[in-house]
Design a protein around this ligand. Structure first.
Ligand SMILES: *[C@@H]1O[C@H](CO)[C@@H](O)[C@H](O)[C@H]1NC(C)=O
Ligand SMILES: *[C@@H]1O[C@H](CO)[C@@H](O)[C@H](O)[C@H]1NC(C)=O
Ligand SMILES: *[C@@H]1O[C@H](CO)[C@@H](O)[C@H](O)[C@H]1NC(C)=O
Ligand SMILES: *[C@@H]1O[C@H](CO)[C@@H](O)[C@H](O)[C@H]1NC(C)=O
Ligand SMILES: *[C@@H]1O[C@H](CO)[C@@H](O)[C@H](O)[C@H]1NC(C)=O
Ligand SMILES: *[C@@H]1O[C@H](CO)[C@@H](O)[C@H](O)[C@H]1NC(C)=O
Length: 442
């Protein structure tokens, strides 16, 4: 026998993850040419072709799992949506000869708010089924002289905030009432983002009359009038783009050198004048819009005063733990071999094993090859394996009175106790969503 040669038998459990699915979660998406490009941790993970060129003013509507954008190819005269689940792409707001610029979505009322720089107006359009909508959109606020630019929504407080090309920032109720100047200076704020979780208003403040178009990346708290500066002295036109977006942890924006556009990332908790991180460069084709995947769940987390948003969480199209902007396949599907799956707080699948099974994915049958010498295995009250020995064999595992050499310790991993057939492997691969468990004897 091999034993005589002091051969050590050892089992190696190798897990081979085969990347086959187009299943990704994403941190940010950008619009370039006729594409939406998705990134996770700064790495491009997928892209989608749109029906039109040049998607700008990207907004993610998590409720319908849809990317909203303004169609720049047709002179910004339409608002379109790409449904990430059904891959349906259509435009629902159309105003010929006008210029749609700022875009925002309130998931609570399912209303799209948008600015029109030619008409100098703030408008709305409902995505609620059955809502009698005008494809032109509905006028909410008409400005007499100033040109509105970007717009943002505070779903918790029930306000829209918008900027003008020449300042100031204003706010109003969703129905246009209680309109007031939030704060003003002589500068321009082109991009604006309302972070409901930390009650801050992010924007770029740009000096139009300064030779270098100096700009400041700033924020304000809802409840005070001080201005806080993250970064100052941007040069060039980058501060004029509508490309500021905010996620759970970061602020993102882009700037341009002329030959390429860069995406920048800065922690929301960064101190003043901390150098941001460049997470990607796009050559040749300009970045037209950036949007972060700031989950409603994260926006509403722990907020006692935001029932409006928290109540949406159960009906979201891509619930926590589901992977991907393009799929409704749950990470829990087929995850646990012999048990029930649920998600922990971070959206990671976890198994609760049926009696008699253990292991991270309940892949281990605790009885498998546990009893030696034809002993019969069953579970005791604590669901631990126990042996009913055959003949005159005895011992916890019926190991005595036998020519078989008992193992000194039971194998730590029950998978290591069995010889898998190719069918086992294939079935394991299928069951585990393209992960293959391989048991190798050396
Ligand atoms: C507008 O909305 C506010 C708050 O949501 C409400 O108090 C007010 O009555 C509304 N005004 C009109 C004219 O509907
Ligand atoms: C504004 O709110 C923040 C956080 O809720 C708090 O720390 C701060 O003291 C408040 N500021 C004022 C002026 O009330
Ligand atoms: C873009 O922003 C980065 C980070 O703030 C800065 O270092 C760089 O000089 C900017 N580039 C241009 C061309 O404005
Ligand atoms: C995913 O969506 C498709 C089409 O909407 C549906 O037929 C299928 O049942 C869904 N699958 C799951 C696991 O929800
Ligand atoms: C798994 O779910 C089923 C159905 O809800 C339940 O009867 C069973 O007790 C659960 N098993 C475990 C191990 O939680
Ligand atoms: C696995 O296969 C080897 C070689 O064929 C055999 O000696 C061994 O008994 C098998 N082990 C089990 C648990 O079936």
């Amino acid at each position: 026998m091999l034993k005589n040669k002091m051969c050590v038998t050892r089992w190696v459990l190798a897990m081979v993850a085969l990347h086959v699915a187009v299943v990704h979660s994403w941190d940010i998406a950008i619009g370039v040419k006729d594409q939406l490009i998705f990134y996770t941790n700064g790495i491009k993970t997928s892209s989608i072709n749109l029906i039109s060129q040049n998607p700008t003013s990207l907004v993610y509507d998590e409720l319908h799992n849809m990317m909203l954008y303004v169609d720049k190819q047709n002179n910004n005269d339409a608002v379109c949506g790409y449904d990430l689940s059904s891959k349906d792409n259509k435009c629902f707001i159309k105003r010929n000869g006008r210029n749609i610029q700022g875009l925002a979505f309130d998931p609570v009322t399912e209303i799209i708010f948008f600015t029109d720089t030619k008409e100098k107006s703030i408008n709305w359009f409902s995505l609620k089924p059955g809502c009698n909508n005008n494809v032109y959109g509905n006028l909410l606020i008409k400005s007499d002289s100033k040109i509105p630019a970007d717009i943002a929504v505070d779903s918790c407080g029930g306000y829209i905030y918008w900027t003008y090309k020449e300042g100031p920032i204003e706010r109003a109720r969703f129905n246009g009432s209680e309109r007031k100047v939030e704060f003003s200076n002589s500068w321009s704020q082109f991009s604006i983002f309302v972070d409901q979780q930390i009650k801050k208003l992010f924007y770029f403040d740009v000096c139009n009359s300064c030779t270098n178009n100096n700009g400041w990346l700033q924020y304000r708290r809802f409840n005070d009038s001080s201005t806080y500066v993250y970064l100052s002295n941007f040069y060039g036109t980058q501060c004029r783009s509508k490309v500021l977006t905010v996620s759970k942890d970061y602020v993102y924006w882009k700037n341009s050198t002329g030959s390429y556009d860069s995406i920048w990332q800065l922690s929301k908790t960064a101190k003043q004048y901390v150098e941001p991180k460049e997470i990607n460069k796009i050559y040749d084709d300009k970045i037209l819009g950036i949007v972060a995947n700031y989950k409603i769940q994260d926006q509403a987390k722990g907020l006692e005063d935001c029932e409006a948003l928290s109540s949406l969480i159960p009906k979201l199209t891509v619930p926590p733990g589901y992977t991907g902007e393009q799929t409704n396949v749950s990470a829990c599907d087929n995850y646990c071999f012999n048990g029930n799956c649920s998600f922990n707080g971070e959206g990671i699948p976890k198994c609760r094993c049926n009696a008699g099974y253990s292991g991270q994915r309940c892949e281990i049958n605790v009885c498998y090859n546990y009893c030696l010498n034809d002993g019969e295995c069953s579970l005791n009250e604590e669901d631990e394996p126990t042996c009913q020995c055959a003949g005159d064999h005895a011992g916890v595992r019926c190991e005595t009175g036998t020519s078989d050499t008992p193992p000194s310790t039971p194998p730590t991993n029950a998978l290591a106790k069995r010889n898998l057939t190719i069918n086992d492997l294939l079935s394991s691969w299928r069951k585990s969503n393209s992960k293959m468990y391989l048991t190798v004897e050396v």
